[in-house]
Design a protein around this ligand. Structure first.
Ligand code: AHG
Ligand code: MN
Ligand code: MN
Length: 355
């Protein structure tokens, strides 16, 4: 019997085990991030199960539909939002939450913030909930009803000081995130995560109900052959974006044209970009001068992952992770992916004098 192969099959690196191992390299870590992430994982598993039976359970369709028992059916994005909020509040580790589905930020009640007794009884209790989570509970919702991949995106900040969270704890540049990730509900369910040590992909084993490390140390290819954009907006684009796409389609000097791939679910489009390389863009246009995608829970987490995987993320003006958001639902244009492809769009912006 081949013991080495056997060990490979049976010594499963689950996501929780992976995060625990990584965190044990930091002597000051208390396991709080591991606990927080395990609650996010629970939310992802729940949404994955709901997505898989969406047709059966009639979860699809408009919020407000009623089912056969006359009960109101929740639309999948409303349901996903509730699941994540409840999971995060129950973690005892979350403080401020920002969800795409909630107009204002959510402050987790003090009683649900977990606390530990001080060694010295004269000290105040220390709250354990040092994390702020920004998330898009269901991304790509226009694709739900036709069975195309959708996802969840999240980013995690740590409170600036140890006290009660305030909105400025989340109105911070993406480079201050301590972790970011997404879960893709596709042909398999995959969670892709970075806790600042590269990007690692985990696939849900439905039999075990565990995410298993299947894609360690993901690196975005240095240069790609794919561009990904909603070309229906081309009429309204600025010159550098038009030029980039023109060159992608009609390259000079004997180069081969790029392929166009656009799913319309950011998670799926970014996942492909991480694996195959290329560029994903949602540029500004005349109708939407700030683009469409939201900084906090779409642009930042994806920019964080792409940089951690060796790529770049650019807004058309600056490095995406440097932007300081003024509002929790602020939008930003985004160009992200292979290092050299993003470099190309950056030079077009420089040459255009728009910078
Ligand atoms: P959401 O479903 O969370 O509202 O996000 C949809 C986003 C994103 O997933 C995707 O990249 C983009 O919208 C697609 O927009 P267009 O339909 O304008 O191309
Ligand atoms: Mn979205
Ligand atoms: Mn959404």
């Amino acid at each position: 019997m081949d013991h080495a192969a056997d060990a490979q099959r049976t010594d499963l690196m689950t996501l929780t085990r992976f995060v625990l191992n990584e965190q044990s390299k930091h002597p000051e870590a208390r396991g709080d991030l591991t606990i927080l992430l395990s609650h996010i994982v629970l939310g992802c598993k729940f949404v994955c199960a709901a997505v898989n039976k969406a047709g059966l359970a009639k979860l699809i369709g408009l919020a407000g539909d009623t089912n056969i028992q006359g009960e109101e059916q929740k639309k999948l994005d409303v349901l996903s939002n509730e699941v994540f909020i409840k999971a995060l509040c129950s973690s005892g580790r979350a403080n401020v939450l920002v969800s795409e589905e909630n107009e204002t930020e959510i402050y987790v009640e003090t009683s649900r913030r977990g606390r530990f007794a001080p060694i010295n009884i004269s000290q105040y209790y220390h709250f354990l909930s040092r994390y702020c989570v920004v998330f898009d509970p269901l991304d790509g919702s226009s694709n739900i009803d036709c069975g195309v991949s959708i996802g969840t995106i999240f980013g995690i900040y740590m409170l600036k000081d140890g006290k009660a969270g305030v909105v400025s704890d989340v109105l911070r540049p993406g480079k201050e995130m301590v972790a970011a990730g997404y879960c893709l509900y596709g042909s398999s369910c995959m969670l892709v995560l970075s806790i600042g040590n590269g990007v690692h992909g985990f696939t849900l084993d439905p039999a075990l109900g565990e995410f298993i490390l299947t894609h360690p140390v993901m690196r975005v290819p240095r240069k790609g052959k794919i561009y990904s954009v909603n070309e229906g907006n081309a009429k309204h684009w600025d010159e550098p974006t038009k030029k980039y796409v023109e060159i992608a389609k009609f390259p000079t000097g004997g180069s081969v044209p790029k392929s166009l791939r656009y799913i319309g679910s950011m998670v799926a489009d970014v996942h492909r970009t991480l694996l195959y390389g290329g560029i994903f863009m949602y540029p500004a246009d005349k109708k939407s001068p700030n683009g469409k995608l939201r900084l906090l829970y779409e642009v930042f987490p994806m920019a964080y992952l792409v940089e951690q995987a060796g790529g770049q993320a650019f807004t058309g003006k600056e490095r995406a992770l440097d932007v300081v958001p003024k509002k929790i639902h602020e939008r930003s244009p985004i160009f992200l992916g292979s290092f050299e492809d993003v470099e190309e769009i950056k030079s077009l912006y420089h040459a255009s004098g728009l910078l």
